[in-house]
Design a protein around this ligand. Structure first.
Ligand SMILES: Nc1ncnc2c1ncn2[C@@H]1O[C@H](COP(=O)(O)OP(=O)(O)OP(=O)(O)O)[C@@H](O)[C@H]1O
Ligand SMILES: [Mg+2]
Length: 367
């Protein structure tokens, strides 16, 4: 862990491009050494937020702090930030070693120190031995490693990534995600990683910050964001879900909501947000892997019978679409015993899930 990691803090950040308000009041504190990903759909303001931290855009309102100091008026080259982009923009005619050394040469460091630092950085990203190649002689993954080494070699206070792996194929991408995470942990550098890939965010982050329409809509550990999404938007963005309809009947003494599922009329108790009155329509979100086949009877378990409407075999798991009185529920079943062991279309099945695994929030606007 590096001892001088600096945090980043954004307070009330706003950015307009002409008549487009790209960022609409973002507050975010990234702790020293923390790895945070900004996750959200195209156009939600991720890149704009990152570019303001780097100093490449100037916010129209709000304050950016890096470490203890206000950074708003500090030019990008004085912010001591490393950036890695999707189009890694390597110098095509410079060698790998020259590309990585570039920032150090600009800073006029002694040659011996440059050589040591470049060699260290190349070892860190597993590029040793490729010093004399030029970018066209490298694979996509190797080029991305050069860009990473180039960002690390200047020993930045903060590392910013903007979809750096988007151009790589899936296997390589997953491998690089693990490598980046390990390297980030080893170096202990404060890192902000922009992505619109949920798996990438789950793999990489201490904390995921979900953005929508220029705002932060939820922030939490990967587990919190996946298990306890605060809205339809977040739960839909971060995974598959069953979205069941219900009406609020009232609130119990323990704070839980009594709801009636529509259709079906089943009544149950769920944990729900404040401010939901009797009569309000709500959505009950249930992840497919929480739905079990032939569940053991247990308190708090909801049981349903139904017919298999559709089977999707995906190798490690099979998705079973089950038509029940409560609506169609998708169950994700591990293929521990081979996919052929799962029920077939048209078969009658018994499924169940825990009421505690249902997450309750307002239905989406277009419902
Ligand atoms: N230089 C610019 N001039 C005008 N509008 C811009 C500019 N840059 C971004 N925008 C607009 O600001 C909004 C946010 O853009 P931004 O690039 O931050 O989104 P993003 O979340 O990074 O999206 P993506 O996932 O597609 O990269 C969008 O509506 C975009 O069209
Ligand atoms: Mg972007």
């Amino acid at each position: 862990m590096s001892t001088n990691a600096k945090g980043v803090s954004l307070a009330g950040i706003v950015k307009w491009y002409g008549k487009v308000q790209a960022v609409r009041g973002v507050d975010l504190d990234v702790a020293p050494g923390e790895m945070v990903s900004l996750l959200g759909p195209s156009g939600c303001g991720k890149t704009t937020t990152l570019r303001m931290i780097a100093g490449l855009e100037v916010p129209d309102a709000g304050e950016i702090r890096i470490g203890d100091a206000r950074a708003n008026d500090v030019p990008p080259w004085k912010r001591n930030i490393g950036m890695v982009f999707q189009n890694y923009a390597l110098f095509p005619h410079k060698t790998v070693a020259e590309n990585i050394a570039y920032g150090l040469v600009m800073r006029r460091l002694p040659r011996a120190e440059i050589a040591t630092r470049v060699a260290d950085a190349m070892r860190q990203v597993q590029l040793s031995g490729l010093d004399d190649r030029v970018p066209s002689q490298l694979s996509g993954g190797q080029r991305q490693r050069v860009a990473l080494a180039r960002a690390l070699v200047t020993r930045p206070d903060v590392l910013l990534f903007d979809e750096p792996l988007a151009a790589l194929d899936r296997k390589l991408r997953e491998q690089m995600q693990v490598e980046i995470r390990q390297l980030q942990r080893a170096v202990g550098i404060t890192t902000i990683f922009v992505t619109h890939d949920q798996d990438e965010a789950l793999t990489l982050s201490d904390r995921i910050v979900v953005m929508e329409g220029g705002r932060i809509v939820q922030s939490g550990t990967p587990g919190e964001i996946y298990e306890r999404p605060g809205s339809h938007f977040v739960s839909d963005f971060i995974g598959m879900m069953n979205a069941l309809r219900a009406t609020v009947l009232g609130r119990e003494g323990d704070g839980r909501l009594r709801v009636r599922m529509e259709p079906g009329g089943r009544e149950l108790l769920v944990t729900g947000p404040a401010g939901m009155d009797a009569g309000a329509a709500v959505e009950l979100m249930l992840r497919p892997e929480k739905v079990r086949l032939n569940p053991p009877a247990a308190p708090g378990t909801i049981e349903a019978t139904g017919t298999v409407a559709h089977v999707v075999y995906l190798g490690p798991v099979t998705y079973l679409h089950v038509r029940t009185a409560d609506g169609v529920l998708i169950a994700m079943l591990p293929n521990a015993e081979g996919g052929g062991a799962q029920p077939r279309q048209g078969e009658a099945v018994s499924i169940g899930w825990r009421a505690a695994d249902m997450v309750c929030f307002a239905p989406p606007d277009d419902a």
